[in-house]
Design a protein around this ligand. Structure first.
Ligand code: AVJ
Length: 310
């Protein structure tokens, strides 16, 4: 992704009456490192839940896949450390698979491939650098049945209707009998969710502020990071956890040849992390063109790996 679209997205987002920035830009090198720290936080329960489900239920999930030979395409695969648990289970019950991890970062895909081949040396792994959309389009030319994986609650970053649009788009490129496995954070005690996006050590704050730092670094912006605060809320009505950066004073910011004015307490909306109920997931499966779904949840009922079949 060239910085051309980054600058355009930033100018577009900061020109809106309610300023906003796309959350996909969190993940530069520094942001990805901070995200690794988030995943280790006590408050951030999501990765632990996903890992528990994978350890305890990978076999059951794998047994639901009605094919002896198929492709596993993973969107936003990262280092593949969690997926490995699932892949081992699939291989252990004797299925023949090709693993196709996709990620924006070619670096992380090298790590992923090494990781997987250390434990499963005979597995065929074909890395696919790119974004979600190019990857989905690329699967059309692959003749085998498929399982598309979208883990880590990344679907939560698509606000409302956008999530439906995205899953429909995936569905369009699948054949009847193909599967979609999605990691989803569930609605739960609002205090638990709120804490996950407002950790005591301020790691999430650093993650959020890194977006402004990145604009300073890559687009020669002049954000004063000390003049912004992180604010994370969870709204149980909508099921959305929202992150904001709050301008603590009236100020002007310069990026390229643009000036953006901030009133005191004006906010930039930086992220949505949508939470779902299992009922909403059933409706989502129907609305997006799947014929069947099944949920695999952790012992606390915090998180679901939901399997949709076309
Ligand atoms: C990687 C999108 C799943 O929304 O929970 C973590 C990112 N943001 N803390 C999430 C994130 C703040 C995360 N996802």
């Amino acid at each position: 992704m060239g910085s051309d679209s980054f600058i355009n997205d930033v100018i577009w987002g900061l020109s809106d009456p309610q300023k906003h920035l796309p959350s996909k830009y969190f993940y530069d090198e520094k942001g990805s490192r901070i995200f690794q720290e988030i995943m280790q936080m006590d408050e951030y329960y999501l990765p632990g839940c996903e890992r528990e489900i994978l350890y305890k239920q990978s076999q059951q999930i794998a047994n639901e896949i009605n094919h002896e030979e198929f492709d596993i395409i993973e969107l936003g695969a990262g280092d593949g450390s969690k997926t490995l648990i699932f892949l081992e289970a699939v291989v252990n019950i004797g299925k023949k698979i090709t693993y196709i991890p996709m990620d924006i970062s070619e670096e992380i895909l090298k790590v992923n491939r090494q990781h997987i081949l250390e434990r499963l040396p005979d597995l065929s792994v074909e890395v696919l650098p790119g974004d979600y959309f190019s990857t989905i389009r690329a699967i059309e030319s692959r003749p085998k049945p498929r399982l598309v994986m979208f883990m880590g609650s990344n679907i939560g970053n698509f606000p409302g209707e956008k999530a439906i649009e995205f899953i429909r788009f995936v569905n369009d490129y699948l054949n009847p009998g193909d599967y979609f496995l999605m990691g989803v954070d569930l609605k739960k005690n609002p205090h638990v969710i709120r804490a996950a996006y407002n950790d005591k050590k301020g790691i999430t704050k650093r993650f959020n502020l890194n977006l402004l730092e990145r604009i300073n670094r890559e687009l020669k912006g002049d954000f004063n990071l000390k003049a912004f605060e992180h604010y994370g809320v969870y709204n149980p009505l909508s099921g959305a956890a929202l992150s904001f950066l709050v301008s603590m004073q009236e100020q002007d910011i310069h990026i390229a040849d643009h000036t953006f004015h901030f009133d005191q307490y004006e906010t930039i909306h930086t992220e949505v992390s949508q939470k779902y109920s299992l009922k909403e997931l059933d409706q989502l499966a129907i609305k997006t063109g799947f014929s069947w779904d099944r949920h695999f949840t952790d012992s606390r009922g915090y998180y679901s790996l939901s399997l949709f079949k076309k």
